[in-house]
Design a protein around this ligand. Structure first.
Ligand code: ATP
Ligand code: MG
Length: 463
């Protein structure tokens, strides 16, 4: 292996590690990030604002506040230095009345002189006090004499004592003469205005997101075969309006296609029925013979098939979704099956009132139960409803359907039991219709093995 190979291998493994780390980071962000658009949009507004404000506040504290305090402290210390100079140059005045008057009236400082013993030892420094630090610094720089200061406490005055040649000068200076004390106002305004901004952003965002939620609701309702909310109209930002318009157009197209299909099937079946009726009339005019009997039977069967087909084509068109009591409806089916001499049982779990197109849905489950009744003795119907789905299973103890035929039997007119029991005339449309109805509710039907030994048909529709 050449050194080039080793190099490339190292690079590869490094790249692999980086991409792995990146993936993990991306996944973590995905987990941590709020899921809703509302929260995300708010985050997009809040995060820059907080960062910006922190930076501004930090810079302001660091620079401006320090600088102002330093300038103010320097000014106070300059005044004190001048007073000390005056005191030392003109010491003739006995109790320094003039000096103290000038200090009080012109400089705003309260000055008096104490015996040299009144100089306390330097106390502990407050840990984080800008004023203490700056003032000490300035005193050291400008006066170069031992001093003692007291800046702690809430008092509006700062006390400064300076060791002179044979006594101590005590000065009370107003705190805000030495200290940029109203900077908190700045922070207060900053936080206050950002709260106002945030409130405005929340109000605006809510209005922006509402049309998206409306569109989602409408699309969901359409998927479940329900009417879109009555007041649904494209609203909001241009992109959202565009999506809503596209949805409405798509909905219109789908509905037109369905209507067209239904109308065509109905038309064809109707025309055929007319011809069949003529057949029947003509057959009735013929003399009875075995051939004519057979023909009559065929025509009858064709008539039945056509009726079923017409029903299929009419489908559930035009019916509106309405809350329906599923438990009661399943009980009804059980009653029907028992009247026809079958053993039937019904269980329902969950809240039984479900919004469906009730006539169509009854037909759907009814077809499954009638299939079970045709092929088996015992029927078990189970309903289950949770927060998302309504699931109805129909079990029987009949012969069942071979796994490879379980999709086939949904094809219209396909019947497996032609050989099994020919005289029980079915048209082979029952399962096709049932699946059509389930799908138009946004759900589906699957066939499987029943624990009772026969077929299990499971209908699942979203609620
Ligand atoms: N529970 C069942 N057990 C066994 N076979 C079944 C069962 N249900 C349906 N099948 C088979 O599937 C075929 C298709 O059923 P489908 O309901 O579509 O038509 P059909 O029952 O024959 O006629 P129709 O329901 O229109 O009167 C049936 O012919 C039957 O062979
Ligand atoms: Mg059937």
């Amino acid at each position: 292996m050449t050194s080039l190979d080793t190099g490339i291998a190292t690079l590869r493994s490094a790249a692999g590690r980086i991409s792995y780390g990146w993936d993990r980071l991306a996944r973590w962000i995905n987990v941590v990030m709020p899921k809703g658009l509302y929260a995300r949009a708010l985050l997009i507004i809040i995060a820059p604002m907080v960062i910006l404000q922190s930076v501004v506040a930090f810079v302001f504290m660091e620079r401006h506040w320090n600088l102002v305090t330093q300038r103010l402290s320097a000014g106070v210390v300059q005044d004190i230095a001048a007073l000390i100079d005056v005191y030392r140059v003109y010491p003739q005045e006995a109790d320094q009345t003039q000096l103290r008057r000038i200090a009080r009236e012109r400089l705003g400082l309260e000055v008096d002189f104490l015996p040299a013993t009144e100089m306390p030892p330097p106390g502990p420094k407050p840990f984080f006090s800008l004023l203490d630090q700056t003032l000490s610094e300035e005193l050291r720089k400008q006066i170069r004499r031992p001093f003692w200061i007291d800046t702690v406490g809430k008092s509006a005055l700062v006390e400064i004592r300076i060791q002179l040649d044979n006594n101590v000068m005590r000065v009370f200076a107003p705190r805000n003469a030495a200290y940029a004390s109203n900077s908190e106002i700045f922070l207060f305004w900053m936080v206050g205005t950002s709260l106002v901004l945030l409130t405005v952003a929340i109000l605006f965002l809510r209005n922006q997101i509402r049309p998206i939620l409306r569109l989602a609701d409408a699309a969901e309702a359409f998927g479940k075969g329900r009417e879109a909310p009555a007041n649904f109209r494209p609203r909001g930002a241009r992109e959202v309006r565009r999506a809503a318009l596209a949805f409405l157009e798509m909905k219109g197209r789908v509905e037109r296609t369905m209507e067209q299909r239904t109308a065509m099937l109905a038309g064809v079946s109707h025309d055929l029925r007319t011809v069949l009726t003529r057949f029947k009339l003509e057959l009735a005019l013929l003399e009875d013979s075995p051939e004519v009997e057979a023909l009559k039977k065929d025509v009858d069967e064709m008539g039945r098939m056509l009726e079923a087909y017409l029903a299929f084509a009419r489908g559930d068109s035009g019916e509106q979704s309405a809350p329906t009591d599923m438990a009661a409806f399943l009980e009804e089916l059980k009653g029907d099956a028992e009247r026809n001499g079958h053993k039937a049982s019904v269980v329902f779990h969950g809240i039984p009132v479900v919004t469906v197109r009730s006539a169509a849905f009854k037909r759907c489950i009814g077809n499954l139960v009638s299939n079970a009744a045709r092929h088996a003795d015992a029927i078990a119907i189970t309903g289950h409803r949770d927060h998302r789905w309504l699931t109805v299973t129909v079990d029987d103890d009949g012969p069942g359907i071979a796994p490879d035929m379980r999709e086939e039997v949904f094809k219209p007119f396909l019947r497996l039991d032609d050989a099994r029991n020919q005289d029980e005339g079915g048209t082979g449309l029952g399962l096709a219709i049932a699946r059509d109805i389930a799908r138009s509710h946004g759900g589906d039907i699957v066939l499987g093995d029943s624990p009772m030994g026969g077929l299990r048909a499971t209908v699942r529709v979203p609620v």
